[in-house]
Design a binder for this molecule. Sequence first.
Ligand code: G
Ligand code: G
Ligand code: MN
Ligand code: NA
Length: 254
Amino acid sequence: FSLGRDLIKALENNEMVLYYQPRVDTNTGKIMSAEALIRWEHPEWGLVSPAEFLPLAEENGLMIQIDDWVLKEVCNQMKKWKEEILWTVPISINISAAHFLKQDWLDTIEETIQEAGISPCDLEFEITESSFLNNEEIVKNTIYSLREMGINISLDDFGKGYSSLSSLAQFPFDVIKIDKSFIQNMLISKQNFFIAKSIIHLAKDLHIKVVAEGVETLEHLKVLRNEECYQIQGYLFSRPVPVKEFELLLQKKI
Ligand code: G
Ligand code: G
Ligand code: MN
Ligand code: NA
């Protein structure tokens, strides 16, 4: 038994699926984009969360393969949407730290996008600050190249872990995603509220789009709108859902 080998087989056997979680404009209620989130439909164990298998994938050096699979899957899905429902929204993908150090990564991305015939402007890459620890120069160059291609870059889980404000001065991000812990605690903790509020205003001053994650209640929404944060992601609007359900949300049939 080896989970590493199971993971490789899972990628080959199409046991991985993507769920989509909408990002919504709080003024219009419209879906502005969505985040692709991987799930493993294990034949024996059922649906396995990425929180469980991604650390194992990382230990086994499989993150690059997983990221490549996700990108390909998203590109193919967008192609399908353009052909079948004549409509799509930009999709964001989580990119693991390992990828930024891979030499031929940019070529792979260009090829995948071209093969699917989609527009790079419809893609957003989410990265966390762990990606640029010790590798600032390489990562900065990669971010510039990706943006030149037309891909948007967001800083995910902002405020958590290794976050430092200097990264906002150093790297050209299009979007900041406020870590969900601040949103989830802001109604019960002034500290968390002030931090969330400061990130929103900081992003505004920096002319960077800001998204609040983990928005679960109307009360959260009210506070965020009051601070002029107009993009949210969270269970209040929708959990991450399978593609068929996401299509219904897009077409406003739910
Ligand atoms: O969807 P969920 O909340 O269970 O995801 C748990 C964690 O797994 C999150 O931190 C999320 O960023 C990460 N994750 C989910 N899907 C992907 C993916 O496709 N690629 C990478 N690198 N991380 C992902
Ligand atoms: O780390 P990252 O931000 O990429 O991962 C997003 C994770 O947050 C996913 O696992 C997703 O399932 C989860 N998530 C999305 N919305 C909510 C929410 O409103 N509440 C909670 N607790 N988790 C959420
Ligand atoms: Mn994310
Ligand atoms: Na996040």
